[in-house]
Design a protein around this ligand. Structure first.
Ligand code: FES
Length: 154
């Protein structure tokens, strides 16, 4: 049972009070015209697959810098060859690749993820990348042999 002071405090604190949302300064009016135009050219939007790849070549813990570079180059080439690049694709399958820094896995790389599916792959050699693009990105079937997360699908 709450005493009167506790009851008053609970009643006075709304969720916005606790998060501090009511104390935030108003946002300036954004000028996003150029960013929106560029995003449109890139084909960004719903239904698009985003392929993330660890390209932390400085620390190169999950794979050698050479392996990462080869995987990245191969991914670029295949996406173009198979018409997956978002800005060029007229098909229902659209994708873009994004190089990211260390994800924290730091072994068994090159590490790659397909979003928004939330599936992470390891040992992404050019041969494995081909399978991931064909089987997962295009056909919607994860390549379970190279999944590192979630492992219950592997
Ligand atoms: S260096 Fe690639 S995941 Fe850490």
């Amino acid at each position: 049972m709450k005493d009167d002071a506790g009851a008053r405090k609970s009643a006075a604190e709304s969720p916005a009070d606790r998060s501090g949302a009511d104390r935030l300064a108003p946002l300036p009016k954004p000028d996003l015209k150029s960013a929106r135009s560029r995003s449109k050219k890139l084909g960004l939007g719903p239904g698009q697959k985003v392929i993330l790849m660890c390209m932390d070549r400085k620390t190169a813990k999950c794979a050698s810098g050479k392996e990462m570079a080869a995987a990245w180059k191969h991914l670029k080439s295949r996406m173009k060859q198979w018409g997956l690049k978002s800005s060029k694709s007229n098909d229902s399958v659209r994708a873009m690749r994004v190089a990211v820094g260390c994800i924290g896995v730091c072994r068994g790389g090159p590490i790659m993820a397909v979003m928004p599916d939330g599936l992470w792959y390891g040992s992404c050699t050019p041969q494995v990348i081909d399978r991931i693009l064909k089987e997962h990105v295009i056909d919607g079937r994860p390549v379970t042999s190279h999944l590192i997360s979630p492992i219950d699908l592997a």
